[in-house]
Design a protein around this ligand. Structure first.
Ligand SMILES: Nc1ncnc2c1ncn2[C@@H]1O[C@H](COP(=O)(O)OP(=O)(O)O)[C@@H](O)[C@H]1O
Ligand SMILES: [Mg+2]
Length: 601
């Protein structure tokens, strides 16, 4: 998903964040109000200077002086107060909006299907949820209050100049056309450079991400040098662009201070006559003329900032607009509820019959058809084993049963009814699975085991662990059940993760149990123990066992041999061997390999 290079400002795009501001609407108004008050005091303060210069110099009326000082101090207090309030509110608004955006984004992510996470990297999603949202948050708080303050100061300053001396004001403002031209030139360049920087920056983030998540692979392929060179290249680009941007900004700041000197020169040249009679008015006029330039400089910066932030907004709202490939229809949600508020009282109990009806399937981003007119009936209570070479389509069958993907054509029936007639949660609640790549959540082993069955007792936990011979593993861990598993369970070995997710699945007591090479990373001894326990584990459930090692499926009721998404042979172990077909060939080959391995060991 490439980021579009934003070059123009589209107010419509920025308007898309308005719904997220609803939660801070009142605070926004108060913040804007105090921004206006603050800028008003900024405009008023020079007037005190004028009064003092015009009336106190040479004179000494103490009575007026007391009133003057009181008013002056009051104005300064109001200025300080509004400054404090608008800053405090900006902080609060920034955090609230941030949280609101992240929460909405996170909730939306929960509804997306497997295929979204297949196509978008963790780094990409992470950036949408963290950096895009924080840019948006600071736009609607700090940039907004800054803008209100500066622009109203600009307007107020111009009004004051006109009021003080319209003729002189007209002369100062005559440099405006020149400023507009300067604006247009710098604006374009700044936007381009900022766009380039953004692009290089996202490349750096991507490389960093890959460097960290792929650190082990990089090490094992011995391509560190290549990766470092690539990283040096993009960071070099970054430096170059940043230097260019700074130079441009410096040039612009210089030009602006030149323009402000010109404005001052005009005041001095044409307004000299004022100095003779009204030194106060003259001084104030100078401070307005000079103060005008700062908001103007800011305007150029903020416009190019807005163009950048617009991209953040586009990407974030784009994430919210992604629709899941697997969705529940409104009728289904009406009856069964959605993920966040399931209506369990309307759920029919799951029996556990599974049927594929003429299913054709292609992955949303895949070219080839994995399954073609695939049909299969698995009655409740059956232990089905699916075997076949890598890439044959075994995991795909498991994905379809779990409804991680929807059939492209045909239907998956659960208990005789199209799975789409019930909610995803209804089905998932009845399924326990141990996937080929087991995943644990950060937290303790116990947290993970209780994930699908929060009410399980200590005894039930240990019984589930014993069933899959995971109890010894837990005993070996330093803190037993309270051991921290790390992010994604990374502090444990794949085998350990597999055993724990196996125990987690059993603890939830599902009607349908799916084991996708569930013991592939477990040592042979433990695997044999699990093998022996399978009889009890699978009793009273429909079980789909996907196995690479054929020795582990001998006891299944039905073995399906899959090749290129088709069932080529079907039957019990004994029947299939007798047939002397593909299964027989696979089995003999593996048997020999294993025998050789044992001898060598
Ligand atoms: N997430 C995916 N997106 C696109 N294609 C996929 C995906 N997962 C698997 N495939 C393709 O589908 C085919 C079957 O894969 P899979 O079901 O994982 O095989 P198995 O589990 O038997 O090794 C393979 O050709 C694979 O390239
Ligand atoms: Mg697989």
């Amino acid at each position: 998903m490439g980021t579009k290079k934003g070059k123009h400002l589209k107010w419509f795009g920025i308007g898309k964040i308005l719904p997220f501001l609803r939660c801070v609407r009142g605070k926004l108004f108060v913040m804007i109000f105090f921004g206006l008050v603050g800028s008003l005091t900024d405009i008023i303060l020079p007037l005190f200077q004028r009064y003092a210069l015009d009336h106190f110099v040479g004179l000494g009326d103490f009575h007026v002086l007391v009133v003057f000082l009181t008013l002056y101090i009051l104005t300064i207090l109001v200025a300080a107060g509004s400054n404090y309030i608008s800053c405090a509110l900006a902080t609060i608004i920034e955090m609230r909006v941030d949280r609101q955006l992240r929460q909405t984004g996170f909730q939306h992510l929960q509804t997306l299907s497997f295929s979204y996470f297949n196509q978008n990297s963790v780094g990409y999603i992470h950036a949408r949820l963290m950096s895009d949202t924080s840019r948006i948050g600071s736009l609607v708080s700090w940039s907004l209050v800054d803008g209100v303050w500066r622009i109203s100061y600009l307007i107020g300053g111009v009004v004051m100049m006109v009021a003080l001396d319209a003729g002189l004001a007209a002369m100062v403002l005559s440099i405006l056309p020149l400023l507009v031209v300067l604006f247009a030139i710098f604006q374009k360049k700044l936007i381009r450079v900022n766009g380039d920087i953004r692009e290089v920056n996202s490349k750096i983030t991507g490389d960093l991400n890959e460097g960290i998540t792929g650190a082990k692979t990089i090490r094992s392929l011995a391509i560190e040098e290549k990766m470092v060179a690539r990283f040096r290249d993009v960071t070099g680009q970054m430096r170059q662009k940043s230097v260019r941007a700074s130079r441009l900004r410096g040039l612009f700041a210089g030009t602006m201070s030149f323009a402000s000197s010109v404005a001052l020169a005009i005041v001095l040249w044409k307004g000299g006559y004022l100095a003779a009679t009204q030194i106060g008015t003259f001084a104030v006029f100078m401070s307005y003329a000079q103060g005008m330039m700062e908001p103007l400089r800011w305007l150029v910066d903020i416009v190019s900032d807005l163009v950048t932030t617009q991209v953040n907004i586009q990407r974030f709202t784009g994430l919210l607009e992604v629709k899941s490939d697997v969705t529940d229809t409104p009728e289904v949600i009406q009856k069964y509820g959605d993920t966040l508020s399931p209506k369990r009282e309307n759920w029919e109990p799951v029996k556990g019959d599974i049927s594929f009806r003429d299913v054709t399937f292609r992955y949303p981003d895949g070219q080839e058809t994995v399954l073609e007119h695939f049909s299969l009936d698995i009655p409740f209570g059956t232990r089905v084993a699916i075997v076949g070479e890598t890439g044959a389509g075994k995991s795909t069958l498991a994905n379809l049963i779990c409804r991680f993907y929807e059939p492209t054509e045909g239907a998956l029936l659960i208990d005789g009814r199209d799975a789409r007639e019930r909610s995803q949660l209804w089905l998932r609640d009845a399924i326990g699975y141990v996937l080929q790549t087991p995943h644990l959540f950060s937290g303790t082993v116990r947290d993970n085991l209780l994930m699908g069955s929060p009410d399980a007792t200590e005894e039930q936990i240990w019984s589930a662990l014993r069933t899959v011979s995971a109890d010894e593993v837990i005993h070996r861990l330093e803190k037993g059940l309270d051991t921290d598993v790390g992010e994604g369970g990374d502090l444990l070995s794949t085998g350990e993760k597999q055993l724990i997710s196996f125990a987690r699945a059993i603890l939830a007591d599902p009607r349908i149990l799916i084991l996708d090479e569930a013991t592939a990373s477990v040592d042979t001894m433990t695997e044999e123990k699990i093998q022996a326990a399978l009889e009890t584990v699978t009793a009273g459930r429909t079980t789909i066992m996907i196995a690479h090692r054929l020795s582990t499926v001998r006891d299944a009721d039905m073995i399906l041999v899959v090749r290129n998404g088709k069932i080529v042979e079907k039957g019990s172990h004994a029947q299939l061997l007798e047939k002397r077909g593909y299964y027989h060939a696979l089995y003999s080959r593996q048997y020999e390999e294993e025998a050789t391995a044992r001898i060598l060991a």
